[in-house]
Write a protein that binds this ligand. Structure first.
Ligand code: FES
Length: 134
C-alpha cells in the first residue's frame, strides 16, 4: 500500500473533542501510524465537525487520489468532483479501533465496515418501528 496516500481527518468539534476525547486520538493515530510504517504516506489533520456528533469521536479516512486530467469542468463554480478513492467515516473511535483502521484500511486497502454506523443510528438504541397502529 506504500504507493497509496491517505489523509486521516480527526474531528475536534465540541462533542468529539471536548466530550469524547478526540484530542488523545490524534496522538494515538500518530503512534499507530509510526509503529505500522504508515506515517510516510498518511497525513493527519483536524476537522471541526462532521455533523455526526452523537456517534463520535468520528474519524474520516480518505485516500488521496490525484485528479485526472480533464476531471474538472467549468471555472470552479460548476466543477465535477474528482475520484474519491478508498474513503470511510469511522465512528466511536478509540485506540483499538485506530489500530484496526491503520492496519486494515491504510495499510491493507480494505474499509473496516464494522466500525461504520449509519447516520443517526446508535447501536444500543431499540430498532425503530415505522408501523402505525390504527
Ligand atoms: S463534533 Fe464531531 S461530528 Fe460533530
Amino acid at each position: 500500500m506504500a504507493d497509496r496516500r491517505f489523509r486521516i481527518v480527526i474531528c475536534r468539534g465540541p462533542e468529539c473533542g471536548d466530550r469524547r476525547g478526540s484530542a488523545a486520538l490524534h496522538e494515538v493515530f500518530r503512534s499507530v501510524l509510526e509503529a505500522n510504517g504508515a506515517r510516510e504516506h498518511t497525513e493527519l489533520v483536524w476537522q471541526s465537525c462532521f455533523g455526526r456528533c452523537t456517534q463520535g469521536p468520528n474519524v474520516l479516512v480518505r485516500e488521496i487520489v490525484a485528479a485526472q486530467p480533464g476531471a474538472l469542468v467549468g471555472s470552479g463554480f460548476a466543477a465535477l468532483p474528482g475520484p474519491r478513492g478508498l474513503t470511510a467515516l469511522y465512528n466511536r473511535m478509540d485506540a483499538a479501533r485506530a489500530l484496526r483502521v491503520v492496519v486494515e484500511h491504510v495499510n491493507g486497502g480494505q474499509i473496516v465496515r464494522d466500525l461504520i454506523e449509519r447516520p443517526g443510528i446508535h447501536p444500543h438504541d431499540p430498532v425503530a418501528s415505522n408501523r402505525k397502529d390504527s
